[in-house]
Design a binder for this molecule. Structure first.
Ligand code: HEC
Length: 114
């Protein structure tokens, strides 16, 4: 049992830390202004945009895919045929992108029902 708990902490802690760091990147780079503080697509600027920023929990709304590499591609090079307000984030470091993707993926497990 003790060994089991240890391995849980060993696996769990770094992931939680990476999610926290990703959340910091998310908040400090302005994603929340559009996508909302928790990624629900309800940021302060959201109502004025057409198309609206997506609810980042809902994987069916990711037109360019939800794999780590697809999301990185979207953030660095933008959305194909983008007519909306989604900016590119070429200036993010590899490390920042990595954490950001881990954070976004942690949202994907949440149930969308509101
Ligand atoms: C100025 C508002 C704005 C900001 C800031 C913004 N987004 Fe977006 N985002 C949008 C809009 C609008 C869309 C939908 C665009 C469309 O459908 O053409 C979108 C779409 C997306 C998508 C879906 C991509 C796909 O495959 O369809 C992802 C993922 C995303 N944003 C992540 C982020 C992240 C992460 C940040 C911060 C690094 C961010 N956005 C910052 C407005 C914004």
């Amino acid at each position: 049992m003790a060994a089991c708990l240890c391995s849980l902490t060993a696996c769990g802690a770094p992931r939680e830390e990476a999610i926290d760091r990703g959340r910091e990147v998310y908040l400090s780079h302005g994603c929340a202004v559009c996508h909302g503080p928790q990624g629900h697509g309800d940021g302060l600027a959201a109502t004025n945009l057409d198309p609206r920023p997506i609810d980042l929990r809902d994987t069916s709304l990711y037109r360019q895919g939800t794999s780590a590499s697809a999301i990185k591609q979207t953030l660095k090079f933008g959305l194909w045929n983008n007519k909306g307000a989604m900016p590119t984030y070429r200036h993010l470091s590899r490390q920042e992108l990595k954490y950001l993707v881990i954070y976004l993926k942690s949202l994907h497990t949440a149930t969308v029902n509101d």
